[in-house]
Design a protein around this ligand. Structure first.
Ligand code: GDP
Length: 335
C-alpha cells in the first residue's frame, strides 16, 4: 500500500479553505478502517471541530435528514431543493446512509448521476454512502464527514437514507430535523407506512403532488396529519406538519424549507436546539462504546474458545441462559 505521510495540520487548513480535493481526501481518511488512518482522522477532526468556548460556537449549519422508499422522489427533490438553496447563497452537501448498497449492489444513494444539476454546482458537494459494511461503520463515517463539510463551509447538510433496517433511526440521530417523504396513500395503504418512521419524523411531505395526483396528495396529507396527531401530544414542543410538494415541478419547496427553519426556531427558542446536538454527541459516544465492546467480545479468543461448548450446554438444557451469559462474560473479563 501507498504510505505517504499525511500532514494533519496542512490538511485541516486546506479543508477549511474549501479545497475540494483536500475535502475528498479528508473524507476518505475518516471512511478508512486502517488503524493508522483512524488515528490521523481523529486528530484531523479535533482540529476541525468547533470549540465550545471559541467564537466559532454559533452553529450556522442546518442538518436535514431525508428518508423515503426508492422511487418516492428523493433525488429529484434534493436536486431541486439544493438548487434553490444555492440560489439563496447557501452551500449544500448531500450525504447518503445506505448500508444495503454494498450487499444488494442496487442503486447507490447519493450517486451523482441522480442529481444532475446539483452535481455540477461549485457550491454543492455530493458524497455517496460509504460502502464499509455495517450500519455502525457507515454512521460513524457519515457523522465525521458532517464535521468536515461544515468546516469546509457547507451550511446545508442533507443526509439521505432509505428505510432499510435501522438506518432511519441512525440518520434521525445525526440531524437537526428528520423529514419523511411519502406518496399519496389513504385508508389501508396508510397501514403500510412503518409506524416507527412516523414517530421519528419532524416533517412529513407527500411528494409528487402534481398533475392529476394533486387532489389525491392533499387528502392523503389530511389523513396523515390525523395519524400524526395521535402520536404527538397537544402540548408537544413541535407537532410535525404534513406538507404536499412536487420535487419534479418545484412546488412546495419554499414551504418545505420555511418549515425546516421554523422547526429550528421553535427548538432554539425553547433552548432545545443546541441541547439536541449535544445529546446526540453523548448518545453517539455510548453507541460506539457498545459497538466496540460487542466487537471485542466477539473477537476475544477466550470467548471463542468456550463459546461452542457453552452454547451446546444451553441447547441441551444443562446450563441456564443466565449462567451461560455469566460464563461467557467471565471468559471475556479474565486478563
Ligand atoms: P428516489 O429513488 O427516491 O431518489 O426517486 P427519484 O428522484 O429517482 O424519482 C423516481 C421517479 O419518480 C423518477 O422517474 C422521477 O422522474 C419521478 N419523480 C420524482 N419526483 C417526482 C414528482 O415530484 N412528481 C412526479 N410526477 N414524478 C416524480
Amino acid at each position: 500500500s501507498r504510505r505517504r505521510a499525511i500532514d494533519v495540520d496542512a490538511l485541516a487548513e486546506a479543508v477549511r479553505s474549501g479545497e475540494r480535493a483536500a475535502l475528498a481526501r479528508a473524507i476518505t481518511l475518516v471512511e478508512s478502517t486502517r488503524a493508522d488512518h483512524r488515528d490521523l482522522a481523529q486528530r484531523l477532526l479535533l482540529r476541525l471541530t468547533p470549540d465550545a468556548h471559541s467564537s466559532e460556537t454559533a452553529t450556522v449549519s442546518n442538518r436535514v435528514g431525508i428518508t423515503g422508499v426508492p422511487g418516492v422522489g428523493k433525488s429529484t427533490f434534493i436536486d431541486a431543493l439544493g438548487m434553490d438553496l444555492i440560489g439563496k447563497g447557501h452551500r449544500v452537501a448531500v450525504l447518503a446512509v445506505d448500508p444495503s448498497s454494498t450487499r444488494t449492489g442496487g442503486s447507490i444513494l447519493g450517486d451523482k448521476t441522480r442529481m444532475a444539476r446539483l452535481s455540477v454546482e461549485r457550491n454543492a458537494y455530493i458524497r455517496p454512502s460509504p460502502t464499509a459494511g455495517t450500519l455502525g461503520g457507515v454512521a460513524k463515517a457519515t457523522r465525521e464527514t458532517i464535521v468536515l463539510l461544515e468546516a469546509a463551509g457547507y451550511d446545508v447538510i442533507l443526509v439521505e437514507t432509505v428505510g432499510v433496517g435501522q438506518s432511519e433511526v441512525t440518520v434521525a440521530n445525526m440531524v437537526d430535523v428528520f423529514c419523511f417523504l411519502t406518496l399519496a396513500r389513504t385508508g389501508d395503504q396508510l397501514q403500510g407506512i412503518k409506524k416507527g418512521v412516523l414517530e421519528l419524523a419532524d416533517l412529513v411531505a407527500v411528494n409528487k403532488a402534481d398533475g392529476k395526483h394533486e387532489m389525491e396528495a392533499k387528502s392523503a396529507a389530511r389523513e396523515l396529519a390525523g395519524a400524526l396527531r395521535l402520536i404527538h401530544p397537544h402540548d408537544a414542543l413541535w407537532r410535525p406538519p404534513v406538507l404536499t410538494m412536487s420535487g419534479l415541478e418545484g412546488l412546495g419547496l419554499d414551504k418545505f424549507w420555511d418549515t425546516v427553519l421554523e422547526h429550528r426556531r421553535v427548538l432554539t427558542d425553547a433552548g432545545e436546539f443546541d441541547e439536541k446536538r449535544r445529546r446526540q454527541q453523548i448518545d453517539w459516544t455510548w453507541t460506539m462504546v457498545h459497538d466496540q465492546l460487542l466487537r471485542r467480545l466477539a473477537d476475544n479468543p477466550r470467548v471463542k474458545a468456550v463459546r461452542a461448548q457453552v452454547e451446546k450446554q444451553v441447547r441441551e438444557g444443562t446450563l441456564t441462559a443466565a449462567l451461560a451469559a455469566e460464563e461467557l462474560l467471565r471468559a471475556f473479563d479474565t486478563h
